[in-house]
Design a protein around this ligand. Structure first.
Ligand SMILES: NC(=O)c1ccc[n+]([C@@H]2O[C@H](COP(=O)([O-])OP(=O)(O)OC[C@H]3O[C@@H](n4cnc5c(N)ncnc54)[C@H](OP(=O)(O)O)[C@@H]3O)[C@@H](O)[C@H]2O)c1
Length: 277
């Protein structure tokens, strides 16, 4: 049985069906099964990582470890989870981290991942670390204003980025969770090409079938927009600090997805067509 944490999130929504399609039995964790809308082939369980005793680990052989990067102490959650998994006899932990750890970033989100990686490596079970760069899905944030104003507002200085599709992350995670040979491996995961924000907006406009203006806005205005859309202040601070530290590295392309999957990474144009639909 494979336990998937974060099953209702961006990566988890791609990973649960990918594992099931590969023939693996899946237990999907959520704090609220009634609202989770998880693939009905999975066993859906209630649990909260803030109370690790509530996470049903009996009978689990592998765990996909993902915690929300914002709010709470995610390193403490993952440390407690890894220890509980070891006690329950779990054989393999596959942790979702970030490329920021590869680059030695010291923003709070990246540092929490670095600490959690250490805890996972030292817990006892075999481990695999997946370190994706920025997700294409982050650009869902652009869809509303693209449709309503015909414009996308991007914080000044946002760098070119080799955005990765969550289905590619899920495909690599499925490989690590269902086939041997990935124990002790750390994989950096990006898309196949770095695109500037202006290029991304143009591709999104093509997918939406309408002209979409690219508008750079100063950081205070970008923060106000995120607050108005319901982002917690702490998450906005963490995101801008991470942005500052990852600028200049987000354009680095790793060939890991192609090497492991034997095909090119999914493109931003493919993502944009799906998102527009
Ligand atoms: N976005 C990026 O560009 C990027 C890049 C690299 C790495 N990352 C990393 O990716 C991770 C986020 O992945 P994601 O975007 O797929 O997640 P997400 O869409 O933000 O969803 C968060 C998930 O975490 C679960 N969750 C939150 N608090 C929980 C708790 N206390 N107990 C149990 N489950 C909890 C939620 O489940 P319920 O609400 O159903 O309980 C949900 O499934 C973070 O660690 C982030 O640092 C993100």
């Amino acid at each position: 049985m494979i336990l998937v944490l974060g099953a209702t999130g961006k990566v988890g929504r791609a990973l649960v069906p990918a594992l099931l399609d590969a023939g693996a039995p899946v237990r999907a964790l959520t704090r609220d099964p009634a609202r989770a809308r998880i693939d009905p082939r999975a066993e859906v369980v209630r649990g909260d990582l803030d109370d690790v005793g509530s996470v049903p680990l009996a009978g689990v052989s592998r765990v996909f470890v993902l915690t929300s990067g914002h709010g709470g102490d995610s390193a403490a959650r993952e440390t407690a989870l890894a220890a509980a998994a070891a006690r329950a006899g779990v054989a393999h932990l596959v942790k979702l981290s970030t490329t920021g750890v590869h680059f030695g970033q010291t923003d709070p989100i990246t540092l929490a991942h670095a600490h959690a990686e250490q805890a996972i490596r030292g817990a006892g079970p075999a481990w695999t670390i997946l370190r994706p760069g920025a997700f294409m899905d982050n650009r869902r944030f652009w869809l509303h204003s693209a449709r309503t104003d015909g414009a996308v507002y991007v914080p000044e200085g946002d760098p070119a980025s080799a955005l990765v599709h969550v289905r590619d992350i899920a495909a690599v995670a499925t490989l690590a969770l269902t086939t041997p040979g990935h124990e002790g491996a750390t994989y950096e995961l990006t898309g196949g090409e770095a695109l500037t924000p202006a290029q991304q907006v143009a591709i999104l406009g093509d997918a939406l079938g309408r002209a979409v203006r690219y508008v750079e806005e100063p950081e205070p205005a970008a923060r106000a927009r995120m607050l108005a859309l319901g982002w917690p202040a702490q998450a906005i601070d963490g995101t801008f600090e991470l942005k500052r530290q990852s600028a200049g590295r987000e354009d680095v392309v790793f060939d890991t997805v192609e090497r492991l999957l034997g095909r090119k990474p999914l493109t931003f144009a493919e993502w944009a067509r799906e998102a527009a639909g």
